[in-house]
Design a protein around this ligand. Sequence first.
Ligand code: AMP
Ligand code: MN
Ligand code: MN
Ligand code: MN
Length: 284
Amino acid sequence: MSILYDLHSHSTASDGTLSPTALVERARAQGVDVLALTDHDVTDGLDEARRAAREAGLRLINGVEISVTWHGVTVHIVGLGFDPADVRLQAGLARLREFRAWRGEEIARRLEKKGISGALAGAQAFSNGQILSRTHFARFLVEQGHAKDMRKVFGKFLTHNRPGHVPGEWAALAEAVDWIRGAGGQAVIAHPARYRLSATRLRALIEDFMDCGGEVLEVVSGSHSAGDVQGMARYARRYGLLASQGSDYHGPEQSWLALGRMPPMPAGCTPVWTSWDNEQRASA
Ligand code: AMP
Ligand code: MN
Ligand code: MN
Ligand code: MN
């Protein structure tokens, strides 16, 4: 029997809509054997997820998805298998959450100028308080009828040159990779095809990432097309990067996405979990 891995998912600890327990139970029901909970800039869901995983008979991998600014582009770096108690990692994530809180106030001020009031409290009502995400603003704006659905609302309000877009600096690439590796984890470039970088820029990102000690490329992602998966597989092979896979599940509202449902890992890639098996053998 092959083992089903889903190494990218979100809970209510960040911008997902399922609690860590409900997420784990749903993953198990979908046949996932190994799940990473990778909330944005926060690890508070991991304790609950670990308890639920023990109950459900599923292996939980500690995860996080760190927001990074790389040459003006927002890039997401997933961390896998780190120690969540690591002080430097937690201090770094706390700094990003502070930026999120300030940015949330700024988004609300800008929306207010466009005649949309109450956005801060409205977005906060969709958040459990650990982090404030654009997703929470999006849900508020859709609820208030300012946009038809979650796809439309980002294009209308929350992306570049839109009223609710706030520029700012997340972590540096080297910082994010250091925090993860310093805590004993592996760093992953999340959904690399989603940044719409030119081939030259994507190579530069990968090379910078590897110079910092990054080892893994998320080849298979719920937000990659079949062509993206093949393209990212070529980069992983060419650079000798380990390959990860994850749905990037945020909840059942994303009807086009399901936990554990992804295209197969392309041939010739070395899945990230083979490095874990080696570790286990080494320590056995
Ligand atoms: P933030 O990290 O707060 O800036 O929010 C980014 C999150 O918003 C991502 O993790 C996605 O969950 C969501 N998101 C970003 N762009 C879109 C989009 N075009 N449509 C739907 N969700 C999006
Ligand atoms: Mn998200
Ligand atoms: Mn992401
Ligand atoms: Mn994600």
